[in-house]
Design a protein around this ligand. Structure first.
Ligand SMILES: Cc1cc2nc3c(=O)[nH]c(=O)nc-3n(C[C@H](O)[C@H](O)[C@H](O)COP(=O)(O)OP(=O)(O)OC[C@H]3O[C@@H](n4cnc5c(N)ncnc54)[C@H](O)[C@@H]3O)c2cc1C
Length: 478
């Protein structure tokens, strides 16, 4: 642990922190950038290709985007995301990207230190969040330029590293490296504490007497531990006026809920297969690896196993041609590797065996149980049971947000509090223009937790949160 980290988490702080961000992925980094005084303005000479947006932008020349009415500016914008502010910020950063264009951003950035709001970003891993857990050689689904954060183009960064994009896409390893570098290049490091895990956030008693007639501010107590260099855990406890949940949704893998799932050969991360291959525990001569799931993570695992000549059984519950399968929604030209996996799923199915040696797909099969002697028992669509011996199992069927550090695991904060929290179906209910929880003043959520699932779109959440926090700061008495 470095001394900076010690100072950061020292408990002798007399004043509460204005803002504490939990999670150091693209969401937390982008918000830290905006809270550090980096302020977006529309370039005076820029003309946005969206005529209505251009007209609105021209109404407030020289006014920072953070001080403008985001509701008004984003009205009428459409795109691949539900959030109006995410669409707005994306349209300003990448004006014509959805039309295949490469127009420069209409924004220019000024570093105005007087606008900075003191804050701290806590994260389990290094800055970059989920990108440090994704297999480094995996190629991003999104175009490389959509993975970038404000004012540092991925393309430019990659060129300087003397590397290249693959078919306009980047590797997860490069993207993780880019996010770490972004924090350094933008001098945000002093606000980041890596290796810090939040285990509890509590609130309740608003500060009395200190509000000068305004609504009393809530006060949050945030505690957890930081892992030190000698791998010991040191507890911390911090007080904050505002807490931003930017914890993503990758920390709690979905389970099958079948007997035997806790057996030691059942895993939930591709890293487990990589480790087994490295250790020689799984080889081309072993029993097959069982990969469960029909999403892109499962496809990445199939590709990795094939690359290492490891035999694979690939099982999933849906039919291969189900329109809901992600493979049926991806353009073949742009994603040849995923198209290849889809082709194998179809052509090398147990229902019609053919050419891909070492790969067998089991569409419309349900896993019933795992046995201690490494047997997996399935049921097919006709109710017939089948048993296969396997070397290792990888269950890659999605993940859930882990908000166990909140009272009631955050269930009350969801759009429908009676249903499980889910990035796609039931995110945290936030005001669309501030990203503040509709249930708890001072508590914000962004990124997939608030329903914004792509890096390109999590940045609008950061803009909304920063704008809201700046307004709160401006209301504070001198
Ligand atoms: C395999 C895979 C491929 C993907 N491909 C793409 C793609 O091609 N394009 C794209 O745009 N998006 C892609 N995504 C989605 C993308 O990863 C997310 O949209 C993005 O990372 C969300 O950023 P975030 O900062 O909100 O959360 P995250 O990146 O998930 O970061 C949150 C961080 O907070 C940490 N954290 C959680 N709880 C705590 C706690 N209690 N205390 C401290 N830290 C905590 C987490 O460990 C994590 O490191 C992919 C995701 C996965 C899993």
């Amino acid at each position: 642990m470095n001394s900076r980290r010690r100072d950061h988490l020292g408990t002798d702080r007399s004043e509460p922190l204005p803002v504490l961000i939990i999670g150091n992925g693209p969401s937390g980094i982008c918000l830290s950038y905006l809270l550090s005084g980096y302020t977006p303005y529309v370039r005076p000479d820029a003309v946005h290709p969206h005529p209505l947006l251009q007209r609105k932008l021209a109404e407030a020349p020289g006014v920072s985007l953070l001080d403008q009415d985001l509701d008004y500016l984003s009205e009428g914008l459409e795109g691949r995301c539900q959030s109006p502010v995410a669409l707005l910020f994306d349209a300003l950063l990448r004006p014509d990207t959805d039309f295949g264009g490469n127009m420069e951003s209409v924004l220019t950035w000024k570093h105005q230190k007087e606008r900075a709001i003191p804050h701290m970003v806590l994260g389990r891993n290094l800055p970059g969040g989920a990108w440090h857990s994704i297999e480094g050689s995996m190629v991003t689904l999104s175009q490389g330029q959509w993975m970038g954060l404000p004012d540092l183009q991925v393309k430019e960064w990659i060129r300087r590293k003397r590397r290249g994009l693959r078919n306009s896409r980047a590797t997860a390893g490069d993207i993780a490296h880019y996010y770490r570098d972004y924090v350094t290049k933008k001098d945000l490091g002093r606000n980041f504490v890596s290796g810090a895990v939040v285990t509890a956030v509590e609130w309740g008693t608003p500060e009395s007497g200190a509000s000068g007639g305004r609504e009393p501010s809530p006060l949050f107590q945030v505690s957890g531990f930081v892992t030190t260099e000698d791998q010991s855990r040191r507890p911390f406890s911090l007080c904050a006026r505002n807490v931003v949940l930017a914890t993503g949704t990758s920390d709690s893998p979905a389970r099958l809920g079948v007997p035997g799932e806790a057996l030691p050969f059942v895993h939930y991360e591709l890293a487990a297969l990589e480790a087994a291959v490295r250790a020689g525990a799984v080889t081309p001569a072993s029993d097959p690896v069982l990969i469960v799931g029909a999403g892109l993570s499962a496809a990445d695992a199939v590709l990795y196993a094939r690359h290492c000549n490891i035999p694979v059984i690939h099982t999933f519950r849906r039919p291969v041609d189900d329109p809901g399968l992600v493979f049926n929604q991806l353009p073949k030209m742009l994603y040849p590797e995923y198209h290849k996996v889809h082709q194998m799923m179809r052509e090398q199915s147990i229902l019609s065996p053919s050419p891909y040696e070492g790969y067998l797909s089991l569409p419309e099969h349900r896993l019933l149980l795992f046995k201690a002697d490494r047997q997996a028992v399935f049921q097919d669509r006709d109710g017939l049971q089948k048993v296969f011996g396997v070397a290792l199992v990888l269950v890659l069927i999605g993940s859930h947000p882990d908000l166990s550090f909140l009272p009631g695991a955050g269930a009350d904060l969801a759009v429908d509090p009676d249903q499980p929290l889910s990035a796609k179906r039931n995110p945290i209910d936030v005001d669309p223009f501030t990203y503040q929880s509709t249930r708890q003043e001072g508590l914000y959520a962004m990124g997939p937790l608030a329903g914004d699932n792509f890096v390109r779109f999590v940045q609008g959440g950061a803009l909304a949160v920063a704008s809201s926090l700046l307004r709160k700061e401006a209301r504070k008495p001198p």
